[in-house]
Ligand binder design. Structure first.
Ligand SMILES: Cc1cc2nc3c(=O)[nH]c(=O)nc-3n(C[C@H](O)[C@H](O)[C@H](O)COP(=O)(O)OP(=O)(O)OC[C@H]3O[C@@H](n4cnc5c(N)ncnc54)[C@H](O)[C@@H]3O)c2cc1C
Length: 430
């Protein structure tokens, strides 16, 4: 069952378009990872295995929001480390690259989510790091035009962080042509929407930059590599790493070691992209926010908008490609909803549709949160390598990825699952 869309009696909400233990204590206190962790805990540098010995070696499976966040935090918090990232499709090849890029810490009823402020802060920190790497790439003349769009959006979001209730006139000042049926709208100046693929590429640059910076230090050694490879099972290279962190999104359950062991439900979502024809003089204002309602409209510049999203539970279609039939069904579902709040959408032309699969975690009393933790007991430990999960980011991966990645990286480096709050590890309890 999809999460309930906001009842039609609710006002449209809109965003600025300016515009992420020791489990192993059971048996393995003397494993390579534990030894490495001991070095981490006792290092004179105080922040990792700064003392000699070989660098810690981690494999991160998946280069989406979860994987790149974990990789970035592993690199940040270990002075001597090698992080190998594996993804069969490259950076942002799963749901993350497809997503609408909407980021805010509120529920559909505009209530701050559980730990919403903390999730928000950690994701903003990562965005900032990616933004800095983006600036470095831009100064080399790489992708500069796209960089500017992303930077302008990012800087704008720093201006204000509160919710504002607006009447129809005020709302239409922000978004000319907006329809506000109940003369009531909520403006989230803190919210933003980003270009997710661009962001992930920048975050990967940020990981690589950390390797480059470590070259200048005598006490640090950091490496980060990306391998475009399919992972068929976990044992294929377990002996090579101290820990493997599984960040495969909806496909985590397809690993033989995890089949039927994760409480995740998959939900396919399709997004339709529209553009304003070049002969249309009037464009979408660069300072106008994106719009959240029964459908959301995520504007990317003055002439491009993504409209989302559908919720197809139990779909067995894992393809990011969308057939003509599926695109048509998507348009029939989303366009009427978008037109209710933004009638001007009829002037825009359909360009393409794209799809991704959300890995939906169980609903708890606090809401739905990522599934984190050490998997050694779950899959049966067969080597010195330790296995961890960052999964179930659901429909809010951009909000959750910063904190989920940070908590997991710290727990992995310390070999101490208790560093992760139990709200994220409860799912493993019998
Ligand atoms: C249509 C849609 C719109 C969305 N919009 C938003 C939004 O606006 N804001 C928001 O916060 N969230 C949004 N989400 C949710 C968000 O996309 C997810 O929460 C997030 O992408 C999950 O990130 P992840 O890294 O866990 O998974 P993924 O991004 O799916 O990453 C997993 C990676 O693993 C790789 N992989 C999988 N299996 C293998 C294998 N066997 N071998 C090698 N590589 C493999 C894949 O190629 C992929 O790159 C949306 C989701 C959908 C479907």
């Amino acid at each position: 069952m999809p999460p309930p869309p906001p009842p039609s009696s609710l006002p449209p909400r809109f965003l600025p378009s300016l515009v992420s233990c020791s489990m192993r204590a059971t048996t393995s206190a003397s494993t390579a990872a534990a030894a490495a962790a001991a070095a981490y805990m006792t290092s004179p540098a105080g922040g990792g295995n700064g003392g000699g010995g070989r660098p810690l070696r981690y494999a991160v499976l998946g280069a989406g929001f979860a994987g790149l966040s974990v990789a970035w935090h592993l690199l940040k918090h270990s002075p001597r480390v090698r992080v190998d990232i594996y993804d069969e499709n490259g950076i942002g090849g799963g749901a993350s690259g497809v997503s609408g890029g909407l980021l805010h810490p509120y529920s559909p009823k505009v209530k701050l989510l559980w730990r919403g402020g903390e999730f928000w802060k950690e994701s903003m920190d990562l965005l900032r790091s990616a933004e800095q790497a983006n600036g470095a790439a831009g100064s080399d003349g790489t992708g500069q035009e796209e960089n500017l769009i992303w930077r302008r959006q990012f800087l704008s979001c720093l201006q204000s962080c509160s919710l504002q209730v607006l009447d129809s006139d005020e709302a239409q000042c922000l978004v000319p042509g907006l329809r506000v049926p109940l003369n009531f709208a909520v403006y989230m100046p803190l919210a933003l929407n980003i270009n997710p693929k661009k962001y992930l590429q920048d975050l990967f640059f940020a990981c690589q930059n950390m390797s480059g910076e470590a070259l200048l230090s005598s006490s640090e050694q950091k490496e980060c590599r990306l391998y475009k490879e399919h992972i068929a099972d976990l044992q294929q290279f377990a002996g090579d790493y101290d820990s493997i962190i599984i960040c495969l999104g909806a496909k985590a359950s397809s690993l033989p070691e995890l089949t039927n062991k994760l409480p995740l439900r998959n939900c396919r979502g399709v997004i339709a992209e529209f553009q304003l024809p070049s002969d249309t003089v009037e464009t979408y204002g660069s300072q106008s926010p994106s719009i959240l309602s029964d459908a959301w409209l995520a504007f990317q510049g003055p002439r491009t908008v993504s409209i989302g999203s559908t919720w197809q539970w139990k779909s067995e279609n894992y393809s990011s490609a969308v057939s003509d039939d599926e695109a048509l069904t998507t348009m029939e579902e989303l366009l009427p909803k978008a037109s209710v709040v933004y009638p001007g959408i009829t002037k825009w032309k359909f360009v393409q549709a794209r799809a991704g699969i959300r890995a939906m975690p169980p609903v708890t009393s606090n809401g739905s949160f990522p599934l984190l933790g050490c998997l050694d007991n779950l899959i049966g430990k067969r080597s010195n390598c330790s296995f961890w999960l960052v999964g179930g980011l659901g429909a809010r991966g951009l909000l959750y990825h910063g904190l989920a990645g940070k908590l997991t990286a710290k727990a992995v480096i310390s070999c101490d699952e208790s560093l992760i709050p139990s709200e994220f590890t409860y799912w493993k309890e019998p």
